[in-house]
Each structure stands twice: as C-alpha cells, then as structure tokens.
Ligand binder design. Structure first.
Ligand code: PMV
Length: 340
C-alpha cells in the first residue's frame, strides 16, 4: 500500500501551517519490526493530553533542498539529522528537493524526560506535511490516514498519535493507525509519569528494535503481543479495569525482558524503577485500589489509574513514590492533535 503515490507529481508553492500533536503511551507494545517500519505485532496506545509538540512549518520553493530546524528555540543537530533523513526517505515526493523547509518545534515537556518526543514531534510534523500535500492537491484520501502513514515512516509509534483516546496500529492496517472505541470507564484515565532518570538512553529504540531480529524469543514475543492485543481490546471494550491492568503490566515487563535476554543483553531500568514497581504491587495488595504501571523503552514509569480513585492514589504518589523520582508529570487521556 502506498498512500503517497497520488502526490508524486506536484508543483511546490509557498505555504505555512502549524499543528499541535500529543505523545502516546503504548498499552500493548510495538517492539520489533519488518520491511519499511512495519510492526512485528499489533500495538495499542492511549493518547496523552499535556505532553504535546507544537510545530510550525514554512515551505518555500527553492533551487535546492534546505532545512532549518529549531527545537525549543535551539538548533538541535540530532533532530535536524533525523528529520533530514526522514524527508530524504520520502522518494515518492521527489519535489521536496525543490523546497526550503523551515521548522520551529516546541515540546510542552522537558527534553530527556523519557516521554516519547519522537511520537509527538514526528506526528506534528507529519500533520503539517499532510496539510501541505492536501493544499497542493485536493484528494479523496482520508487526511488523518495519510498523516498517520507519514508519521509511521518517521517513527513507528508516532503513527498512533494521530487520533485521540485509544488507537491501534497493525490491526486494521500495518501502514497507518486507527481509532478504537472503548468503554466509557476508560475515557477518564489518568497517567502520572514518574521521571526516575532523565539521562540519555544507553541503547536507542532503533537499535532495540534491531535486536529483536536475532532474538531467541522473538517469535514467542510476537505471538504474546498479538494475544495481549486481542485480550486488551476485549478488556477495554467491556470495561474490565483489572484485566486491562494485568495485561498492561505484562506488556511493560515483557518489553524489558526482551532487552535483558537479547543476544547483546542490556537494561534501561534503574534500581528505583524496580523499587517503585514493588511499592505499587504492595499498595495494590493492601488497598485493593486499581493503580497500574507501564514502562516505555526507558526507566520511567507511567502510572495508570481511573480519575474516580485519584485522591487516595495521588496521596500515595506524592507522599511515598515521589521520594524515589526526579520529578513527575500529571497527564491523562487526550483528544488528539489540533490545527493551530
Ligand atoms: O516508535 P519507535 O521506533 O521509537 O519505537 C517505540 C517503541 C516503544 O515505545 C517502546 C513501544 C511502543 O509501542 O510505543
């Protein structure tokens, strides 16, 4: 499937646009890929509300390709390189070579906070580029499907940030994400993100995905991911909070188990990640409150719980868990990207 082929022969004009797009946290993880950014198993995520990237892009026709990128007011070499590589990879849009592209992008959350800035950053840019494509040529294609397709090529998990609420990727299509309906109980979920360490990761996600290629447990993991995906969808639709939490934690620990058991073993967990997991399990046993955790590819924990129980849970977070973290960010389910 190629959603870009109808945009191959276009004549660039000057245009500017601005989109705000959120990060997301995977409840069922994408870890391992095939082909061009295609997932080895389906994944499912919750779109965040507060952790967003605000991106302004100005496209100007030019003799040759130029890229000027400011991230949080500064020229950032690594992100510029990533963006240039992404734009070069879009060979279906050869006319991009005849553009000067100016990007100003700002994250609402601190750099290195372990929040997937590639998901919000790439999806915000992809929405701006899709806006430009549809400005250059009216199309019958679905705007958000094209944006998700482009986001995926920039960073796999970014394709799920295109919709609010809960989103799947690798179910309806491997090429773009889709929004799913869930029980109303899950529309008020909170996510308190505990920043245990803001150090740069020792192994990037790109390398981590690569280590699944010759991993002794890869096939078992992809089967587990698919089974957890099916079970998670049922739990979310039926309103089964406890089942959701059980699968959520299984997915987080499996992701990190893959790192620990890969042919070149490594871990991104820190001692305090495990201390807090232990404290959450004890708290849950004692209070019977539905507080669950998940992890991204890093040491920081996302605490997932319903708004209805937030008073007692927030007290536990601020009085006890906060002693083991650098800082925390209060977030919750969000409604998806917006055009500014
Ligand atoms: O989108 P990438 O290539 O940065 O991979 C991210 C993978 C995880 O964040 C660990 C899991 C996921 O599904 O978001």
């Amino acid at each position: 499937m190629n959603l870009l082929s109808s945009f191959t022969e276009l004549t660039p004009v000057e245009y500017q646009t601005r989109w705000k797009s959120p990060s997301n946290i995977a409840f069922v993880k994408y870890w391992g890929k095939r082909g061009i950014q295609l997932p080895a198993n389906p994944s499912l995520s919750l779109t965040l509300k507060e952790c967003v990237t605000d991106t302004f892009v100005k496209f100007t026709p030019s003799e040759s390709f130029k890229l000027e990128l400011m991230l949080d007011g500064k020229e950032t070499h690594s992100f510029s390189k990533k963006m240039a590589k992404f734009l070069e990879s879009l060979t279906d849009l050869p006319w991009l070579n005849k553009l000067s592209i100016k990007i100003e992008t700002n994250n609402s959350f601190p750099h290195g906070a372990g929040i997937a800035s590639s998901a919000s950053g790439m999806s915000a840019f992809a929405l701006c580029l899709t806006d430009y494509l549809f400005h250059l040529k009216s199309s019958n294609l679905d705007f958000f499907q094209v944006a998700s397709y482009l986001s995926r090529l920039g960073s796999g998990s970014a394709c799920r940030s295109i919709y609010g609420g809960f989103t799947t990727w690798g179910d309806e299509s491997d090429f773009y994400s889709s929004k799913i309906e869930v029980h109303s109980k899950f529309l008020q979920l909170k996510d308190t993100i505990l920043i245990i360490s803001s150090e740069e990761k020792s192994v990037s996600s790109t390398l981590g995905h690569g280590r699944m290629d010759d991993h002794p447990f890869s096939e078992a993991r992809f089967t587990q991911g698919k089974n957890n995906f099916d079970k998670m969808k049922v739990a979310l639709l039926s309103g089964d909070l406890w089942k959701m939490g059980e699968i959520l934690e299984c997915e987080a620990l499996s992701l990190h188990a893959m790192m620990l058991t890969s042919p070149k073993p490594y871990t991104l967990l820190k001692p305090n990640s495990l201390t807090i997991i232990d404290m959450i399990w004890k708290f849950r046993k004692e209070t019977k409150l539905p507080l669950f955790f998940t992890l991204d590819a890093g040491p920081n924990l996302h605490l997932i719980y319903p708004e209805s129980e937030q008073n007692k849970i927030k007290t536990f977070i601020t009085r006890e868990l906060s002693l083991f973290v650098e800082r925390y960010i209060d977030d919750e389910l969000g409604l998806g990207p917006t055009k500014c």
